[in-house]
Design a protein around this ligand. Structure first.
Ligand code: ME8
Length: 504
């Protein structure tokens, strides 16, 4: 089965912040993990470039929309690269192939009888690029941005979303895990049960967008245009090839709760209308917050992912966001917390363990894995941890998976202290015991590196090289005892050098 994984496509109205990095990292961990399990993964991310929000930012910067998009899309693309995201394609909604595909898609919706023209008179938040009713607002303000929406009156083409209530309800009834976690499933179902209104499919008062094919004075509403990216990308990601048959529908779509309604209600209805299969599962995470407020470009309370990477390295960033904030919930983040977790968990717990182990194997066994079986208690613990990590990952519990892995890290640290190989090395009668201790440590680190390979790929690879198991990182390698006898261990420098003070 194909495993098509997507992130949202991010607005290019401003530079990316840690919130965008977060979703891309989570989806990348997932993509890497599924590849470890031998699946045929296609991983997509990209940028959402049309609409009034982006057009206004471009105007404020004194650039044409396209020039402005090229600039900021470039920053998002380099963020994905700097995160070592293994995306198979990077889509931009200003790609001509996407634009043509969007036109064909809405034509299919029209041919299905789901598109009609009418007057829209109501509220619009440009920050959300969303239409609101009075009931949606908090004291007349946008629930996401705290700003006053604009009053719009324009002729629009509408999508008959109201006709899809029954089919959506049937979808939710058939698939109790369509949206994870369950609270988000319930929230989406409540939208549907609350009664669906038709929505605008086009905008007549803006120009920066994809022209409506049968009415080129209007452009397609940016959210309709954006959602279609998940389908359009497969048709041109590989020149001369259409990957739709191989990868459609998406198996996992990762996004935060701010855009749940678009993905969990409007998107499947659009797909039903145009005659496509709906995605298998939506995985919804919470917000990174700063002093309890959602980190966002409009509030300006952002942490800079590039700064964290430059100070602590990429793996520290990947580890931090997934370990510090329980995946699915909201959680506060700060540079101080990155700093603490880096020094305690990565530098002390893991980095030191690797350095000590490799140093001892070098000193006492000339850098070669001794002939021994792993200590039985450690082996049993690693088997149990491996099974739990797999279970957590199956439920998309990324933080719990890391926590379980850290139990193994701490267990190996205790094991070194208890066995004290430096004492055993002084006693010739304890040579066999020393072999077991050193083999257990090397092999245990190997297992931990395989468990961590999707989360902190660079460090995991360095650990595998350090213990002499460079090529073996498939999921079956989590079984203890697979380190070949004689494997050569080496380490060039500390994996996570200590850093004295947080940046900024
Ligand atoms: O909504 N915490 O783009 P966007 C966690 N273009 N995740 C966050 C976050 C935070 N503080 N801030 C942003 C759009 N994100 C549309 C999407 S998809 C067809 C179109 C992440 O630039 C999170 O994934 O506002 C959220 O859903 C997404 O960025 C919103 O990015």
């Amino acid at each position: 089965m194909s495993s098509y994984v997507t992130t949202p496509i991010y607005y290019v109205n401003a530079n990316p912040h840690l919130g965008h990095a977060y979703t891309t990292i989570a989806a990348d961990v997932w993509a890497r993990h599924r590849r470890q399990r031998g699946e045929d993964v296609f991983f997509l991310t990209g940028t959402d470039e049309h609409g009034s929000k982006v057009a206004r930012s471009a105007a404020a910067a004194g650039l044409s929309p396209k020039e402005f998009c090229d600039l900021i899309a470039g920053v998002f693309r380099s963020l994905a690269a700097d995160l070592h995201a293994t995306n198979d394609f990077f889509i931009r909604t200003s790609d001509p192939e996407h634009e043509v595909f969007v036109q064909r898609f809405v034509e299919r919706m029209k041919a299905a009888g789901d598109v009609y023209e009418a007057l829209y008179a109501g509220l619009y938040c440009t920050g959300c690029e969303a239409f609101y009713t009075e009931d949606d607002l908090n004291d007349g303000l946008c629930p996401q941005h705290g700003t006053r929406p604009e009053w719009l009156e324009e002729r629009n083409w509408f999508f008959r979303l109201s006709a899809y209530g029954e089919r959506l309800r049937a979808l939710y009834a058939e698939r109790p895990d369509y949206v994870l976690p369950r609270t988000r499933y319930n929230e989406a179902l409540a939208f549907i049960d609350g009664g669906l209104q038709d929505i605008s499919l086009s905008r007549s008062s803006i120009e920066w967008g994809v022209p409506v094919p049968w009415d080129p004075d209007q452009v397609i509403y940016v959210w309709i245009d954006a959602l279609i990216n998940y389908a359009s990308a497969l048709t041109y990601a590989r020149p001369g090839e259409d990957l739709t048959a191989q990868h459609w529908p998406p198996r996992w779509q990762v996004l935060a709760k701010d855009i749940l309604k678009f993905h969990a209600v409007i998107w499947p209805a659009m797909l039903m209308s145009a005659g496509y299969a709906v995605p298998e599962q939506l995985l919804i995470h919470g917000y990174l917050t700063v002093r309890d407020a959602k980190m966002s470009k409009s509030v300006g309370n952002v942490l800079d992912p590039f700064l964290v990477i430059n100070t602590y390295g990429l793996d520290a960033l990947r580890f931090y966001v997934l370990k510090d904030v329980r995946f699915g919930s909201d959680g506060d983040v700060s540079y101080e917390r990155v700093h603490d977790r880096y020094n305690h968990e990565l530098a002390n717990d893991l980095g030191n363990l690797v350095s000590r182990t490799v140093a001892m194997v070098g000193r006492y066994r000339s850098g070669a894995a001794p002939a021994a079986a792993p200590d039985a208690a450690v082996r049993d613990l690693l088997v149990a941890v491996g099974a739990r990590v797999a279970d957590h990952l199956d439920r998309f519990e990324l933080t719990e998976a890391l926590e379980a892995t850290w139990e193994a890290v701490r267990a190996l640290n205790r094991f070194v202290e208890e066995r004290a190989p430096w004492k055993l090395a002084k006693d010739p009668a304890a040579a066999a015991e020393l072999d077991v201790a050193l083999y257990t440590l090397l092999d245990g680190l190997r297992v931990i590196a395989v468990l961590l390979a999707a989360f902190i790929p660079d460090a995991a690879r360095s650990i595998l090289i350090a213990v002499g198991a460079e090529t073996a990182s498939g999921w079956e390698e989590i079984a203890p005892g697979r380190l070949p006898v004689g494997a050569a261990s080496r380490l060039d420098g500390p994996l996570f050098p200590r850093i004295d003070a947080p940046p900024a």
